[in-house]
Ligand binder design. Structure first.
Ligand code: AMP
Length: 178
C-alpha cells in the first residue's frame, strides 16, 4: 500500500545498528524519522489509510508505539489507549503476563478505557518475535473488545511474529519488511 517513494525514503532514513543492544541483534533505529517532519507526516498518512473506517480505538505499545499511535488515533478521530509496562499505570488496571526468552514480563492498561465490542488497532514500531504484540492483543480480548488490525513501521521476517498473530484473524500491515 505504501508508495515506492515512501518505502525508499524510510529505507534511507532508518538506521541499522549491528550487535545492539546485544551481539546478533540488528537494531532498527527509527529516531531519524523525527528529524524530517514531512517524512513523519507521510508515515502517519500511510498508517491512517490502512485503518480508516476500520477501527473504533487505537492501542499503542510502550514506548515507541506511542510515537506514531497517538497521531494515527487523532487523525482517525478515535480514542488512544496506552499499553504500558508493569507498575507505571495507577489502579484500576488490567494486566497480562507473557513469556520472554528468559523469564517473563507483564503489560497493563487502565481498566474501563477499552469498551466491550470495540474494533481495536494495535500499533507498535516494529514486529519481531510478536511476543509483546500477542500479549497486547490478549489484553484487549480480556476486556471484551476485538483486535481487527495490527500495524507496524517494520516487520522483521523469520522471527515468527506474523505466525503468532494469525490466530487473531486480524489484518496485519508493516510498511517495511527486513
Ligand atoms: P517482539 O515482542 O519480539 O515482537 O519485540 C517487539 C518490541 O521490541 C518492539 O516494541 C520493538 O520496539 C523492540 N524490538 C525488537 N527487535 C528490535 C530490533 N531489531 N530493532 C529495534 N527494536 C526492536
Amino acid at each position: 500500500m505504501a508508495s515506492k517513494e515512501l518505502i525508499k525514503n524510510l529505507e534511507d532514513t532508518i538506521e541499522n545498528i549491528p550487535d545492539f543492544p546485544i551481539p546478533g541483534i540488528q537494531f532498527k533505529d527509527i529516531s531519524p524519522i523525527f528529524l524530517n517532519p514531512k517524512l513523519y507526516e507521510s508515515v502517519i498518512e500511510d498508517l491512517v489509510t490502512f485503518s480508516k473506517g476500520k477501527v473504533d480505538a487505537v492501542c499503542g505499545i510502550e514506548s515507541r508505539g506511542y510515537l506514531f499511535g497517538i497521531a494515527i488515533a487523532v487523525a482517525l478521530e478515535v480514542p488512544f489507549i496506552l499499553i504500558r509496562k508493569k507498575g507505571k499505570l495507577p489502579p484500576p488496571i488490567i494486566s497480562e503476563k507473557y513469556d520472554l526468552e528468559y523469564g517473563s514480563a507483564e503489560i497493563e492498561t487502565r481498566e474501563g478505557q477499552i469498551q466491550k465490542g470495540q474494533r481495536i488497532l494495535i500499533h507498535d514500531d516494529l514486529l519481531a518475535t510478536g511476543g509483546t504484540t500477542e500479549a497486547a492483543a490478549n489484553l484487549v480480548e480480556k476486556q471484551g473488545a476485538e483486535v481487527t488490525q495490527f500495524s507496524f513501521l517494520i516487520g522483521l521476517k523469520g522471527l515468527g511474529g506474523d505466525e503468532k498473530l494469525k490466530r487473531f484473524n486480524a489484518e496485519v500491515y508493516h510498511i517495511l519488511e527486513y
